[in-house]
Each structure stands twice: as C-alpha cells, then as structure tokens.
Design a protein around this ligand. Structure first.
Ligand SMILES: [Zn+2]
Length: 168
C-alpha cells in the first residue's frame, strides 16, 4: 500500500516541500500522495467541472464585488454624511429665517404702533391748534368787546359822572 520509503519528500531533512498548494483553491494541504493536486474531493471535482480558469475568475469576481461593495458603502456613508450636512444646513437656514421673520414681525408691530401714535399725535396737534385758534378768536373778540365797553363807559362817565359801585 505505502511506498513512502522511496519518496524523497518523506526523507527527514529533505528540501522538498511536504505540503502542496491546492490547484483549485490555493490552500496548502499535506502532501500525502505524490500525485495529489487538490486539498479535497470537492476541490478536485470543482476544478474538473469548471477548469483551471474558474478559481482565478471566482477570486477576481469576489475581489471586484468586494471593491464595489466597499465603494458603495463609502458612497453610502458619504451620501449619508452629505445628507446630514444638508439637513443641518437647512435647519440652520430655517432657524435663521424664523428668527429674521420674528424680528421683522416685531419691527413691523413697533412701526405700526409708532405710526398709530404719530397719527394720534398729529390729530391731537391739529385739535390743539384748532382749540388755540378758537381761544385766540374768543380772546380777541372779548378783548375788542371789553375795549369798546370800556370806551363807552369812559365816554358815559365823562358826560354823566356816577359810580358803578353799589353799597349794600
Ligand atoms: Zn482546494
């Protein structure tokens, strides 16, 4: 059964490798037979079914898929970060707009109340001017009447001197 005695790689201290790389998957396996090329029956069958190009192709495919997956993951992460940044920017803008709107509203209200106060003040000013004008007219009229009356009294006293003071 075993003829390992004649095999050079079975000799202790030999330079020949005691392990061999599987022709299908590339894994190292113990070299139990000199003509053994595969690590397992599965690898042997796979190699015979798909040929030698299968494993490199499979590896290349896997590598390509891994790279693509990593790229997609990176892109996804980047787009998530970008989306988060955009969301934060949008929130800041909205907050800023809301603050600006609130300030604008307050200023508008102040302006409105100032306008109302100004209108009231103008109305009061007009009323005061009218009252002053009326008072001036009344005063002038009274002064004129007083002067006329005084003049008449003086005239009457000069002609018919008498006292106005009546003692009780
Ligand atoms: Zn293998």
């Amino acid at each position: 059964m075993f003829h390992r005695v004649n095999k050079p790689d079975a000799t202790p201290g030999s330079d020949k490798p005691r392990r061999r790389r599987c022709k299908n998957c590339g894994e190292l396996f113990p070299k139990t037979r000199h003509n053994r090329e595969f690590c397992s029956d599965a690898c042997r069958k796979e190699h015979h079914r798909h040929g030698g190009a299968f494993v490199p192709l499979k590896d290349a495919c896997q590598k390509f898929i891994n790279i693509r997956l990593a790229g997609v993951a990176t892109e996804l992460q980047l787009s998530r970060e970008k989306a988060e940044q955009l969301r934060e920017t949008a929130e800041r803008l909205i907050t800023g707009l809301q603050e600006a709107a609130a300030v604008l509203k307050r200023e508008r209200q102040q302006l409105d109340s100032m306008t109302t106060e100004l209108r009231q003040a103008r109305r009061q000013e007009t009323q005061a001017a009218l009252l002053l004008q009326n008072a001036m007219t009344v005063f002038q009229k009274q002064a004129t009447e007083d002067a006329q009356q005084q003049h008449q009294q003086q005239h009457q006293q000069q002609q018919h001197p008498k006292t106005d003071i009546v003692q009780p």
